[in-house]
Design a protein around this ligand. Structure first.
Ligand SMILES: [Ca+2]
Length: 200
């Protein structure tokens, strides 16, 4: 009787250990840290192109110039990133390209004078259009893009708004790197190997 209880207790311990290892491995493979860019990283007036490439995003010009780090007193957390060369200071457009496709993107934009005046086009890594969004509020609008698979490009356009709009607090979650997936598989394989050896 006592032996049976001891065996059961050992089995429970092993099961708990396996669960802990699997949870740890899954965490490694999926919970890549979310990157946040606040545009306080470079001095005011910096023309932005590939300065954030190391963090996973490259900016490029569309109709006008490359975007610029700038102040905008109407935005709560200036400095911001504003389009440049358009019809007015904050009105213009630019591209964002994620060097590693992202599963989630969020950013603030504003200050919008009208609703639905912005153009926020989202593309997959092969430039296939996923969705075309706009600002749903006046003032500061928060755009969250998720649940539509890997995102590779975003086109931002504030030309249609009264005084234009810029972006701030760009956060994104890249697809886990092959390294993390490999680590995860090694972990799962290791648990299997331990189980076959009856170590676990
Ligand atoms: Ca900022």
């Amino acid at each position: 009787m006592e032996t049976t209880i001891r065996v059961r207790r050992n089995m429970m311990k092993k099961l708990l250990m396996i669960c802990a290892i699997i949870i740890g491995v899954a965490g490694l493979a999926s919970a890549a840290p979310t990157t946040l860019i606040t545009f306080d990283e470079f001095p005011l007036g910096t023309v932005i192109s590939n300065q954030y490439a190391g963090l996973g995003v490259i900016f490029s010009a569309a109709t006008y110039n490359l975007p610029v780090i700038s102040m905008n007193g109407a935005m709560p957390m200036q400095p911001i990133l504003r389009p440049d060369g358009g019809p007015s200071t904050y009105a213009g457009d630019f591209w964002m390209r994620f060097t590693t496709p992202v599963l989630e993107v969020e950013f603030d934009s504003g200050y919008w004078d009208g609703v639905g005046t912005g153009v926020i086009d989202v593309y997959d890594p092969a430039m296939t259009p996923l969705v075309s969004l706009s600002n749903t509020t006046t003032g500061v609008n928060v755009t969250n893009i998720s649940g539509m698979g890997p995102v590779g490009y975003i086109y931002f356009n504030s030309i249609g708004d009264g005084a234009g709009a810029d972006i701030d607090n760009l956060g994104f979650r890249p697809i886990p790197a092959p390294g993390a997936i490999l680590l995860g598989s090694i972990g799962v394989g290791f648990v299997g190997w331990l189980r076959r050896r009856r170590t676990l």
